[in-house]
Design a protein around this ligand. Structure first.
Ligand code: NPW
Ligand code: ADP
Ligand code: K
Length: 495
């Protein structure tokens, strides 16, 4: 069985380093293995005898660079090394590592970058905590301007390891080699766009040591939720595969609900019904076949419909309208204690009123699926939720606050649960940025919950499956395609 992939914050990585050192592996051994891993990647991508420039910083990231420089020179490459700052100021393992290097040491910013076959960026790693200025900034700008391929050590210098944001300026790497586990910056934007392909090198820190840090962040991959996906058995019938209800907007706003409904059916919900206002019944009826239709007039109508206990999962929001009626429908749904997905207008209707949602969802499985605009509107005025620099922290706080699983959509969708677990998604495609794509996602998640999948697993699996379906199509994708791409994606996953 494949283990889910932990993503470690710089602080957790430091704890794992320290625990490994305390258990008997000297820090310099970890640094030597890290430097060797960098040299191995450099060797793989550079012809023997090529020119390699190593840009070393004043901390342990620079120490890794010294090890790599020395090994690559031994292996027959033409290596030059430039250091930011003074050699005498190196301390600890970095000072030890630098003693192996017997060649010249230039100034980091003055290396002849244009002549390089490969630049190794060992300026800053996880220890960067402020803007790049002066020689550090110049070195990064000159590396980028050279146009030569850059191999980043641990992470591209200038990127914040925890948040993926840029400290003024950052290296644009062709590839990155990191150690023991990926850090958030490798998956979160804009950091991810600076990394190129990321390789994780084993430097002798065990999976148990990584887990012992208490890390509760993962890359969103099937290993995280595959075991929770429903697989109908011989005795299954449509009534025990769940019944999803999707609320439709008025007569000119019905498409979004149908997109969600079709996706819920495709993901395996045994039955799916669109709950339509009376004036939209005709237009909905003209477009629905396997999905059923039922009249439902506002909050009172929803209350009546939900007397039927078989509706066990509900989507509210897509094109439902931004008004008090939508808030009242959310209240009815919460009271009915069904699995619930709130998207789009169901979130925007609470703009400035997030306090009404404080702990509102703690009694029944609920998933909120805002994009960043909806998220910021919903929590406007809640600086404790909107201000943390880490997207993961923002989503976790929203989940703690509401008691719901929160999916903050985008190129780097983050899913967080009120129990603290979080995952970052990375298999999407910009072609998913198309009208109605989010409506489809809400249907996928609700359809999984209708089949009994817990909220965090349903949200994480839904996000991945939706992204995989979109990626399998690529250019020209429209939201109508997405539901019909689900079977192929599921077939691959469940085989
Ligand atoms: N721990 C381990 O066992 C292992 C760790 N490993 C490696 O260690 C890396 C982390 O090392 P690290 O913690 O020393 O931090 P690092 O990223 O080198 O930078 C800190 C230095 O930069 C300086 N500095 C900061 N900001 C600055 C600025 N804007 N402008 C100028 N200077 C600035 C800062 O100085 P100060 O803030 O004190 O002035 C300090 O000197 C990690 O990414 C991995 O590569 C591997 O070897 C495996 C084993
Ligand atoms: N650049 C991107 N890369 C990957 N996925 C993206 C990107 N941009 C948007 N998406 C995905 O597309 C979907 C868009 O949802 P949303 O903004 O709600 O659209 P709509 O409201 O039109 O349905 C989300 O699942 C989001 O994660
Ligand atoms: K680096």
């Amino acid at each position: 069985m494949i283990r889910p992939e932990f993503v470690l914050t710089p602080l957790e990585m430091k704890q794992a380093d320290a625990a490994t050192i305390a258990a008997g592996t000297p820090g310099i051994d970890l640094m030597s293995r890290a430097g060797r891993a960098v040299a191995d990647v450099a060797e793989r991508v550079t012809a023997r005898g090529g020119r390699i420039l190593v840009v070393a910083g004043p901390g342990n990231n620079g120490g890794d660079g010294f090890v790599a420089a020395w090994l690559l020179a031994e292996r027959g490459y033409g290596v030059s090394l430039g250091l930011l700052g003074n050699r005498d100021r190196l301390t600890g393992d970095a000072a030890k590592a630098s003693r192996h290097w017997t060649g010249d040491i230039g100034a980091a910013e003055d290396l002849p970058f244009h002549e390089a076959d490969l630049i190794i960026d060992a300026l800053f790693g996880t220890g960067l905590t402020r803007n790049l200025e002066g020689a550090a900034r110049l070195a990064v700008e000159r590396m980028n301007m050279s146009g030569q391929p850059i191999l980043a050590v641990d992470l591209p210098s200038g990127i914040d390891g925890e948040t993926g944001s840029v400290w003024g300026v950052a290296v644009r790497a062709a590839r990155t080699v990191t150690f023991a586990a990926r850090k958030p910056c490798h998956l979160l934007m804009p950091g991810r766009a600076h990394c190129g392909p990321v390789e994780v090198a084993d430097i002798g820190i065990s999976p148990e040591t990584l887990a012992a840090t208490g890390a509760d962040l993962w890359a969103n991959q099937p290993a995280l939720w595959l075991g929770a996906l429903p697989r109908p058995g011989l005795a299954s019938h449509k009534y025990n595969r769940g019944h999803t209800l999707v609320a439709s907007g008025g007569a000119t706003r019905t498409g979004a609900a149908r997109l969600a409904a079709r996706a819920a059916l495709r993901i395996g919900s045994g039955l799916v019904t669109v709950a339509s206002p009376p004036e939209a019944l005709g237009v909905n009826a003209a477009h629905l076949t396997a999905v059923m239709l039922r009249g439902c007039d506002g909050p009172e109508g929803l209350h009546t419909v939900l007397k039927d206990e078989r509706f066990n999962a509900l989507v509210l929001g897509p094109a439902l309208g931004v008004h008090a009626n939508t808030r009242a429908m959310v209240a009815v749904a919460v009271q009915a204690r069904r699995s619930l997905v709130l998207d789009a207008d169901a979130l925007t209707s609470f703009e400035g009123l997030a306090s009404e949602l404080h702990q509102a969802f703690r009694h029944s499985p609920t998933v909120l699926t805002p994009h960043s605009g909806e998220f910021n509107r919903l929590f406007s005025g809640h600086s404790d939720i909107l201000d943390p620099p880490s997207k993961i922290e923002r989503v976790r706080r929203a989940a703690f606050y509401t008691g719901a699983v929160v999916v903050l959509k985008g190129a780097d969708t983050v899913i967080a649960s009120p129990d603290g677990r979080a995952a970052i998604n990375e298999n999407g495609t910009p072609y998913l940025a198309t009208a109605g794509s989010g409506d489809t996602l809400s249907g996928v998640i609700a359809g999984l919950m209708a089949q009994g999948v817990h909220a965090f697993e349903a949200a994480s699996a839904g996000v991945w499956i939706h992204a995989a379906a979109g990626s399998s199509f690529g250019p020209g994708l429209i939201a109508e395609d997405l539901a019909d791409l689900l079977p192929g994606t599921l077939r691959e996953l469940l085989k």
